[in-house]
Ligand binder design. Sequence first.
Ligand SMILES: Nc1ncnc2c1ncn2[C@@H]1O[C@H](COP(=O)(O)OP(=O)(O)OP(=O)(O)O)[C@@H](O)[C@H]1O
Ligand SMILES: [Mn+2]
Length: 270
Amino acid sequence: MVGLDDVFGDLFASVDSVVLFSPSGSYYERFAAVDDLDVIVVGTENAVGAEPFVELPLEFEEITDRIRFGLEGALEQGVIEDGDTLACATSVFSDEIDTVSRVRADAEAQTGIYDLFVKSRADPEVVKAVLELAIELGKKGQKGKPVGALFVVGDAGKVMNKSRPLSYNPFEKSHVHVGDPIVNVMLKEFSRLDGAFIISDAGKIVSAYRYLEPSAEGVDIPKGLGARHMAGGAITRDTNAIAIVLSESDGLVRAFKAGELILEVDPEAY
Ligand SMILES: Nc1ncnc2c1ncn2[C@@H]1O[C@H](COP(=O)(O)OP(=O)(O)OP(=O)(O)O)[C@@H](O)[C@H]1O
Ligand SMILES: [Mn+2]
């Protein structure tokens, strides 16, 4: 195996920082002990008490999403710089770190996936809860049948002004919040019905059954997506809300912000 270290060593030669994705404590300690090495930890929680730490809103199954999100967050937090070369160490096949990717941080290529959570008007926990709900709904369907759903999160007053009721609002006088298990059951139940759910910055369910009437001018969403996605995308251009859409037809969960598609995940992968 002579020379193998040299060849694979190129992967981490002269990197600016090492980015560890959800390392175990002992794994992290080994890196932290190396002199003059910038180590950044990325994960859904800071189990190793690392500094700097970049929080992931969910454990992206796709390694490219995971790394992209982590690096966008690290750029936003100023712990790496545009053009830095990074060795990103993550797990693909097991719970342990088994893969290293050499990646250059590119501020130009930002997808906005980090901003979606952290820089949205809505509380990141709320965005996370809605995304998880949409993924769960996509995975299981409703009573075994695929369902679609549209959640508009944040800037609820303005969203209400740009929409109208399709039916009586079951959340009219209630003060319930997304993330509460009982509320999630209700949301799943109501997802069979038409229209959008409107959720406030703090996660309060403001309304179900809303028909969105945003101006679709200047909205650039991929061709082939229908009215639900168009309405969801467009409302995020017209307001400071974000939209999380579960497609009944292709089963994917998509997130829109500022009129653009930011994130696409396959619930089956979670
Ligand atoms: N403007 C709107 N506001 C709220 N909900 C809407 C709006 N337009 C469509 N919908 C909802 O989306 C549902 C599906 O519509 P459509 O098939 O055109 O959308 P789609 O983008 O193709 O979504 P899917 O991938 O789930 O089929 C409608 O039955 C309706 O409940
Ligand atoms: Mn459709």
